[in-house]
Design a binder for this molecule. Structure first.
Ligand code: FAD
Length: 394
């Protein structure tokens, strides 16, 4: 038996024994925040076991709390998890954004200080990029950081900061040289959220929720040793982090469907539209679902091919913008279809007349609209594809 086949066998046996029933199928996933307690006992147990194994971040080196798996072993693990519908034990800004960025740009001291805590789900991060005057034109950011002794003193404000109210740390882009051309005076640093100089104000949405915030810095402090990369070279670090964010690397390697409910359209259609000889009864709906299924599979295969072509399974470069545009368009199509297939049952906002799945998918349809804006709008992604992938002139 090959090493990989043996690894598959061991992994399958370990998962069967250690993944509790409550950690399979849709449900709670830890994001590591110290401010959110995991409600479900099975989810808590699953996280503990995966942390022990290093499989919250399977490909990170063991020295930083990872599992040290090769790209091939990682694919096997994801395939085996998918086969039993195991949820990821941890999904956080730490695992998907700042962790991979520190692996590339961090000093050894930074890696040892921050990565094991991310791997052990002891910390959640938020992303301090956008400002009231700097969104798509991110390099116009004005939040200032000035070195005084052992600390950078930060003043200014960030906006649309997802999860800042539950985050323990922030990775932030700040202006450290106001006289340099705008891309060259920016630095990337890390700062703790629980300090007097940081104020988090929730932004309330029409739904009543406040998933994001405006964050104010009034002489907030970032330790000198938490500058990542060189002073004034933060644009390079910040751009690379966005590629990790846009790649969707966590779910793409084995075509995993994550925790979003993707992939269930034929079942929804059969339940609501009916079926004839095992097929969705309505030909137009059947056609729309097939197109969605084919496009999502084509995307997953393309993602997997690009990753396999890159060295050691590393996050690809500007091609991640293609993934971002395609996956966010597909997310909208999925929820449009999931609600349309249910007819009037698909458009309930509250009440006993609707099932939890009906109510949940309508909310997801609403929030899917934001997907083509966050992490850089899809127009900006198309600009990147034109310039950096297709090589078209500015
Ligand atoms: C749900 C959600 C969560 C978010 N979370 C975070 C977070 O955690 N941290 C963070 O830092 N930010 C976050 N953001 C902010 C997000 O990154 C910005 O909203 C985004 O970059 C767009 O910036 P803007 O809102 O200022 O719009 P603008 O930049 O003002 O853009 C307005 C419109 O003009 C278009 N446009 C602008 N410039 C161009 C151009 N050159 N070519 C073509 N079209 C253009 C845009 O595509 C958009 O349609 C979040 C946003 C959302 C919706």
């Amino acid at each position: 038996m090959s090493d990989l086949a043996a690894f598959r066998q061991e992994t399958r046996a370990w998962l069967a024994e250690n993944c509790p029933p409550g950690a399979r199928g849709p449900g709670e996933v830890s994001n590591g925040s110290t401010k959110i307690r995991i409600q479900d006992a099975d989810t808590r147990q699953w996280l503990g076991r995966m942390v022990e194994k290093g499989w919250t971040v399977p490909t990170w080196p063991k020295a930083y709390g990872g599992g040290g798996l090769s790209k091939e072993e990682y694919v096997v693990l994801l395939e085996e998890m998918r086969a039993i519908r195991a949820r990821p034990a941890l999904s956080s800004f730490g695992t998907s954004m700042i962790g991979p960025t520190l692996l590339e740009f961090g000093t050894e001291e930074q890696k040892l200080r921050h990565l094991p805590r991310i791997a052990r789900a002891e910390v959640e991060w938020c992303q301090g990029y956008s400002e009231p005057g700097a969104g798509s034109d991110l390099a116009s950011l004005q939040t200032r950081a000035v070195l005084e002794g052992d600390h950078y003193v930060i003043n200014g404000s960030k906006i649309w900061t997802s999860g800042a109210h539950n985050a323990d740390w922030m990775f932030i882009l700040v202006r450290t040289d106001p006289d340099a051309p705008k891309h060259e005076g920016i630095s990337f640093m890390l700062l703790p959220m629980d300090q007097a100089g940081v104020t988090v104000k929730p932004i309330r949405l029409i739904s009543g929720q406040s998933p994001f915030n405006q964050v104010f810095f009034d002489n907030a402090l970032a330790a000198r040793e938490d500058l990542v990369g060189e002073l004034n070279k933060g644009w390079t670090v910040g751009k690379r982090l966005l590629q990790h964010e846009r790649s969707g690397m966590e779910s793409l390697m084995a075509g995993s469907t994550g925790n979003r409910g993707f992939g269930g359209l034929p079942d929804v259609a059969k339940a609501y539209v009916g079926e004839t000889a095992g097929r969705v009864a309505d030909a137009a709906m059947r056609d729309a679902i097939s197109r969605y299924e084919m496009d999502s599979r084509a995307l997953k295969l393309t993602q997997r091919r690009v990753v396999e072509e890159s060295a050691d399974g590393a996050t690809p470069g500007p091609a991640t913008s293609i993934f971002k545009v395609m996956s966010t368009d597909l997310e909208k199509i999925y929820y449009d279809l999931a609600t349309a297939l249910r007819g009037s049952q698909g458009y309930g906002w509250e009440g006993d007349a609707f099932t939890p799945a009906e109510l949940d998918d309508l909310r997801k349809l609403m929030s899917s609209r934001a997907a083509s804006i966050y992490s850089g709008s899809n127009e900006i992604q198309r600009n990147i594809i034109a310039k950096r992938v297709l090589g078209l002139p500015d």
